[in-house]
Design a protein around this ligand. Structure first.
Ligand SMILES: Nc1ncnc2c1ncn2[C@@H]1O[C@H](COP(=O)(O)OP(=O)(O)OP(=O)(O)O)[C@@H](O)[C@H]1O
Ligand SMILES: [Mg+2]
Length: 436
């Protein structure tokens, strides 16, 4: 006879002050298969899925959680697979990293070697060189484990099989291997280290007869002081890549005009290197279906007008739309409801503005620091007046450039058109700044 034990189910209620209820069920009931669907039913209505899990807003989304943009991923992957370098320049928090990572994952599934770096996360040429070398080696299984040990515990004393492996890899792939396995080594001569890491990309790809895709996110940071002479680095990058037939690059960046300058200015080392990919807007229908599917994961029934409210308030900005949906979910969970209606959507919008208030206040402070011209231009834009109104053209132009460099405004599609990147920031500003 089957051994049976009473089952213990801990059910937590949505309101945090309620203590978990403990149910002890007799084994007779638990043993009956017909009982379990009821348990799932009860759990599904009582245990809520966290709003941040359904609607994340602070990190790139995994490919399977993306809403829309399937064609972007298809197209990027196809171009990169064909050895064509691609550049993606779009304002902050509009989904660049999500799409690029999805394209990279697709290529990885197809057998390509991958090296993905973000210049936001690194702070110097030395750290860039070290990380590049480590990620390059990590494409080979046994070396990946060694790199992981090094990253987890600083310098690893290489002995036995690990030592043999590293000696063999150094003979095959050059000095880049040492950079990867001896943390801090790159700091001795960062520039030479970066060249070593760059050369290793082609070496490993050629040896293993695999295409290798190098993805550098926030590439425009290379022109920042932290990375030393950015121009020189890009020149060498281009030279090395010119003799690296197995390596294809994907570059992304959120300061659009800097990115465009890097690739379209004849004076720049990367002039004409690869083509720009413009992200397609996520359509209203994709938003509605995608958001409804996420609410459904928490057994929430949605009204169409509520979804339309999200899309209208988010104005096509992916993170803002997700944040409003997230805050609406917070509001309905708080009420113990499983129904998203227009009033819940409205609470979501207000919740999103409240959640962003500190960030918006800091943003406005940053603009004030840029000078009175920047504040005037921003006020004009927030109130939908032409940015140049009652300003000298030169002053307005300079202010717009400074605001663009700070990622606060971006150029629209038409001539002389500018827009504030974040629609929730627009709402904050138009409520805060007096109409000009
Ligand atoms: N395809 C998408 N579907 C749904 N939400 C998305 C999508 N792409 C982006 N988002 C939302 O935008 C947020 C930021 O996405 P991501 O990090 O990819 O943007 P980014 O442009 O790389 O941002 P950053 O400028 O900060 O690097 C995500 O956490 C998510 O809320
Ligand atoms: Mg990003």
């Amino acid at each position: 006879m089957r051994q049976s034990w009473p089952a213990l189910l801990f059910l937590s209620r949505p309101s945090s002050e309620a203590s978990p209820a403990l149910y002890v069920l007799p084994s007779r009931i638990v043993g009956n298969m017909a009982f379990w669907p009821y348990v799932y039913g009860i759990l599904a209505t009582v245990v809520r899925v966290a709003s941040r899990i359904l609607f994340p807003t602070d990190e790139p989304l995994p490919a399977e959680r993306m809403i829309g943009r399937v064609e972007d991923v298809d197209e990027l992957a196809a171009q990169l697979r064909g050895g064509i370098h691609r550049i993606l320049a779009a304002p902050r928090r509009t989904g660049k990293s999500t799409v690029c990572r999805a394209a990279m994952a697709r290529l990885g599934d197809g057998g390509a070697y991958l090296v993905s770096l973000s210049l936001f996360e690194l702070t110097s040429i030395a750290s860039l060189a070290e990380r590049m070398a480590q990620l390059t080696l990590a494409n080979r299984g046994p070396l990946a484990r060694l790199v992981e040990r090094v990253r987890a515990g600083g310098e690893v004393v290489l002995k036995g099989a690990a030592l043999t492996l590293s000696v063999k890899a150094t003979a095959e792939l050059g000095e880049g291997v040492e950079l990867a396995l001896r943390p801090g080594l790159a700091a001795g001569d960062p520039h030479a280290a970066l060249l070593g890491a760059l050369r290793m990309l082609e070496r490993i790809a050629e040896r293993d007869d695999r295409p290798l895709v190098l993805f550098i996110d926030e590439l425009q940071e290379i022109t920042d002081g932290d990375y030393g002479d950015g121009h020189r680095i890009l020149k060498e990058l281009r030279e090395i890549l010119a003799s690296s037939p197995h390596v294809t690059c994907l570059f992304a960046g959120s300061v659009e005009h800097l990115m465009r300058d890097l690739f379209t200015n004849r004076q720049r080392a990367l002039y004409g290197f690869g083509g720009f990919h413009d992200l397609t807007p996520i359509t209203e229908r994709e938003w509605s279906e995608g958001l409804a599917a996420r609410f459904a994961e928490d057994q929430v029934r949605v009204d169409l007008d509520a979804l339309e409210r999200f899309v209208a308030a988010g104005r096509g900005h992916p993170r803002c739309t997700m944040l409003i949906a997230q805050q609406a979910h917070v509001a309905i969970v708080e009420q113990g409801s499983h129904h998203l209606d227009l009033s819940a959507a409205e609470r979501g919008y207000r919740g999103a503005l409240a959640a962003e208030r500190a960030r918006h206040a800091d943003g406005l402070l940053d603009v004030r620091r840029l000078g009175p011209g920047a504040l005037r231009v921003l006020t004009n834009l927030a109130h939908e007046t032409p940015p140049y109104r009652s300003m000298e053209a030169k002053t307005a132009r300079r202010a717009l450039d400074a605001l663009a460099a700070a990622g606060i405004v971006n150029r629209g599609t038409g001539r002389g058109e500018w827009a504030i990147t974040d629609p929730l920031f627009v709402d904050y500003l138009s409520a805060t700044l007096p109409r000009p």
